[in-house]
Structures are given as C-alpha cells and as structure tokens.
Write a protein that binds this ligand. Structure first.
Ligand SMILES: NC(=O)c1ccc[n+]([C@@H]2O[C@H](COP(=O)([O-])OP(=O)(O)OC[C@H]3O[C@@H](n4cnc5c(N)ncnc54)[C@H](OP(=O)(O)O)[C@@H]3O)[C@@H](O)[C@H]2O)c1
Length: 327
C-alpha cells in the first residue's frame, strides 16, 4: 500500500509518499480503506516534533479520515466489513489504508459522505467538547471565537449558532470575513488590525465582554481575550497556533469570577469512551439534520499532503482541507 512515512521529526518536506508492506491486522483492530482524510494544524505540529505527543518513529502522519472497513481483527464486536466509517487516531491517516482501534471508529449514517465524515472529528468534536461539555454555553450568550476561519474555529462559529449563542468571530485578515459570516457569525472583529480586541468586543457587548471565548490562537490573542471576558465568563483553551503558550493572569481570573477551561479531545476520548460515543451521536444527529455542514475550502490528492499542509500554514485558506485517494 502507499502511505506517507515520517522517519524523523523536522520540516514537513521530510515526509515522503512511499510503498510500504501492508501491516497485519491485530486483535481489537479494524482495517479501513481510506477515501478521504483531512488536515488539522495538529498534523503539522506532530511531523515537526512540536506536538505534545511524539509517536515512535517511523510513523504515518495524519489523524483523521473516513472510508470503508475491509477487515476486522478478532474480538472486534461492533464494527463489520463493509461499514462506512470515520476514524480519529493520532496518526495513520495520510495513507491508502489505516489499521486502528475499534474505539477510534464511528459508523456513519447513510446521509453523511466520506468527505464530510473526514472533517468533523477534528473540527466539530473539539468545538462541541469545549462549548457544550466544558463551558456549558447557553442560548443568548455572547461567544467569541478566535482563529474563526480555521477548521476548529469555523466549526465553533457554526455550532455556536446552532446552540443559540450570539457569535463574534475574530479573524486575522479581512478576506476571511465572508466565510465566517456564511458560517453564521453575527459580528466579525480582527486581532491584527483596528482597535485592540478588547475594545472591539466590548463595543459589541454593551461594555461587558464575551461570556464564552474559544481560543485557538494563544499568545498575545489569549492575553487580549482575558481583557474582553464578561463577569463569570469562561475561556476555552483550545490551541496555540500563534506559537506562544500564554500565561493567564490570576488577578483577572479572580476579579471576573472567570473559569479557564482546558480542552484536550485526544486525552479525554481515551479516558471516557461513553462520553465520546455520546458526543459523536449528538454530532451525527446534527449533521444528518444539515445543521453542521462540512466547510471545505480545498481538495488535494493524498500524495500532495505536504503541499496541502503548506497551504494550511500559509493562513491563506479557510475551513478544512481534505485529501482524497482514488482507487
Ligand atoms: N485541544 C484539542 O483537543 C484540539 C483539537 C483540535 C485542534 N486543536 C488545536 O486547535 C488549533 C487550531 O487547529 P485547526 O486545525 O483549526 O487549525 P487551522 O485550520 O490551521 O486554523 C488555525 C487558525 O488560527 C489562526 N492563526 C492565528 N495565528 C496563526 C499563526 N501564527 N499560524 C497559523 N494560524 C494562525 C488562523 O486564522 P487567521 O489567519 O485568520 O489568523 C487560522 O484560521 C491548533 O492549535 C490545534 O492544535 C486542539
């Protein structure tokens, strides 16, 4: 089978599209023929050795995808050959096949395409975990989403609307305004131009600030978020695309009765199998109702995954980028 292989952590260009022997199936595992995979910022961090988890080398990059089950190992109870599925693993997706744990698999409803299925588990899943399970976002609350044009960000904007919030989308460049508005943003602010973010957000919230903030950018943007948070506000720490891990000022947390909520989807889903099953059930329900469409900006053949990741890191794209295999 063909697959990308990362032999050492470093520049994205180090990985190569290579013929490798088909791995043998093991107990409790499922073999999926991958039709689509999607790219997340996390994949680019892992290849460069910048992610919190470093897989044993060599490894096959790519966390998320969808396809059909072509083999199951002994002991697999709920998945069968022929099922249409999505999977979320830390690695293995930039390939023609993946062998993954049964627990990482979700069987798809007929109405969901492989392409849509390949995107939602690293966009809507973390957004839902953050906003519903952690921050308990309420209808009518003001939700601020940073990095709102990205994979997680756009999902958070869309989901925020579905949950009845008033959504303020924070973006880096004005050319992304249309896409966040199409996803449902009520208001759009910038963290790279105009007055400081706190002033823009307070002007939109009668001087109060946002009730819930989902931050994927970190660094200076996180620091600014702490200044545009309402009393009793909740900040969801989702990621650090700026490259700097911020330090929260505890005086601001105290003064605002604020909560800083960490979200680590990968860590949570391995510890709470019942929880992740329920979360996926909820999201598939919303997907079938057409409430959380996949927002895909570009499609590349699987062999062009490096180009696709460079495109993601250029910040010139919005929504999800998908990779496809042609069999
Ligand atoms: N905690 C979890 O469980 C979890 C799960 C999934 C993802 N994540 C994290 O969430 C973050 C977003 O992931 P994603 O897949 O949505 O990424 P993405 O699609 O690349 O989106 C990232 C967004 O961040 C903004 N950004 C600001 N500064 C940036 C910079 N210096 N470089 C790149 N982008 C920058 C970009 O928008 P502008 O260009 O408009 O600023 C972009 O839209 C990542 O840190 C990822 O690791 C966490």
């Amino acid at each position: 089978m063909k697959s990308f292989v990362c032999k050492e952590f470093g520049p994205l260009e180090n990985i190569s599209w290579t013929e490798i022997p088909e791995p043998l199936i093991e107990a409790g595992k499922v073999r999926v023929r991958i039709h689509f995979s999607s790219i997340g910022f996390m994949d680019t961090l892992m290849i460069r050795g910048l992610y919190q988890l470093k897989p044993p080398l060599p490894y096959i990059p790519g966390a998320c995808g969808a396809g059909e089950v072509i083999e199951v190992g002994s002991g697999v109870s709920e998945i069968k050959v022929g099922d249409r599925v999505s999977f979320l693993n830390y690695y293995g997706a930039f390939a023609e096949q993946i062998i993954t744990d049964e627990a990482s698999i979700v069987v798809l409803p007929d109405a969901m395409s492989y392409e849509q299925a390949a995107t939602y588990r690293l966009s809507y899943n973390p957004a839902y975990l953050g906003m519903v399970y952690r921050a308990k976002l309420q209808p009518g609350e003001n939700l601020l989403v940073t990095g709102a044009s990205g994979g997680v960000g756009l999902a958070a904007v869309r989901l925020g609307k579905v949950l009845g919030a008033r959504v303020i989308a924070a973006i880096g460049t004005a050319d992304k305004e249309d896409i966040v508005r199409q996803a449902g943003a009520d208001e759009v602010v910038s963290y790279t131009s105009g007055p400081p973010l706190r002033e823009q957000v307070k002007a939109l919230t009668e001087g109060k600030g946002a009730d819930v903030i989902l931050d994927v950018v970190g660094g200076d943007v996180f620091d600014e978020c702490m200044r545009c948070l309402n009393f009793m506000g909740r900040v969801i720490v989702m990621g650090f695309t700026s490259g700097r891990i911020a330090e929260a000022k505890t005086n601001l947390i105290l003064l605002k009765n604020a909560s800083i909520l960490g979200v680590f989807l990968g860590g949570w889903m391995t510890r709470d199998l019942k929880g992740i099953k329920q979360l996926n059930k909820d999201l598939l329900g919303l997907a079938v109702e057409g409430k959380i469409p996949a927002i895909i900006s570009q499609r590349f053949p699987m062999k062009d995954a490096v180009l696709a990741m460079d495109t993601l890191l250029s910040r010139k794209t919005a929504g999800k980028i998908v990779l496809y295999n042609e069999f």
